[in-house]
Design a protein around this ligand. Sequence first.
Ligand SMILES: [Zn+2]
Ligand SMILES: [Zn+2]
Length: 141
Amino acid sequence: MIGKCLCEAVEYTIDGALGPVYNCHCSKCRRWHGAAFRTRASINKNQFTWIKGEANLSSYKSSDYVTKFFCKTCGSPLISTYDNKPDILGVPLGGIEGIEHVEVQAHIFVGSKASWYEIADLAPQYDAWPGSEEAVRETNQ
Ligand SMILES: [Zn+2]
Ligand SMILES: [Zn+2]
């Protein structure tokens, strides 16, 4: 899979399968993406490679543990890194090409959802982060 920013200065590849996919409705994701929610997956760091434009990245520390990387030319959101989970990256699915089908595992931070957006699928909804990916898997069984 290949991902790009809007101006195409930055490109990356992801090898292998994406981890669980969540729609995050928290206010930070809504602001960062300028959208109703962020559709994102976790991957292992070793699945991810910058193809070009790594020098064109800028970053913003959005909380004590989370750093958001974006293209400094066009502002596209690219990856998130987690100080408490250094082997994991968060990637937004909107910038990735070549995804045929994705099953959204859950809606998270629904307690912060935009009031004008109505969730219309049957994936489980959590007011905040349910605590672990295992907790989501159990609900889905
Ligand atoms: Zn760009
Ligand atoms: Zn979020």
